[in-house]
Design a protein around this ligand. Sequence first.
Ligand code: PAF
Length: 250
Amino acid sequence: MTVLVPTMGALHKGHQALIKRARTLDKDVIVSIFINPLQFENKEDLEKYPRTPQRDIEIATIAGANEVWFPEYEDLYPEGFKTLSAGPLGNKFEGASRPGHFDGVVTVVDRLFAIAKPDKAVFGEKDFQQLTIIKAMKSKVEIVAVPTVREFDGLAMSSRNVRLSERGRDIALVIHRALAAAKLAPTVEIAQEILNSTLSTEPGFEKDYATIIDEKDFSPANDGTENRRAIIAGWVEGVRLIDNMQMVGR
Ligand code: PAF
């Protein structure tokens, strides 16, 4: 059996957790590293995406990968390839702010699966909308989810964090503060108020969205929603950051 961990490189402890989880599923673990241009609607974001291939090989190997795969653009996208559609969820939240992003994600995941032919693939909950969309792909590959890995102070691990200054990193902590404070709120309305008021304490955080959704389809949650989750996205020093947390309040 083969387990695939698709990544775009710049590996950190969050990726290590994915690889370690993969290793618990089987000893044949492939980590793919490919910065997928199709999922970047912003050229500058693509150019600035960190690239650390040598370090990535070390991190992946230490975490338990037995193959680190750097596919070439032409391998994944032969002439005449077709972009897939991520469906309606692909146009909400991250998809609304980043048009075409999720179409690019499902297209590359489909191609990675077609070539590597894994039995299982591991993805992080940090990109919860991505995870939900990939789970909905009509694929035989079993999708295994891994909880978000955080720094000691709650900041979600992300390859983009290295682009933040020390001050920017401090500002970014407001995201986790807002999520953690809203988590236990007794109603959705109170949770929403907590998200808004906490985020507004940090002028350096430029909010894109902060809301409570139904995990099933990302429709607005209400107090009767069984599985609700707070999702936040915004910019700090021009760097886009996203995070999410399951709400436990009833
Ligand atoms: O989450 C990521 O790193 C990417 O979106 C993925 C799943 C590797 C597809 O390029």
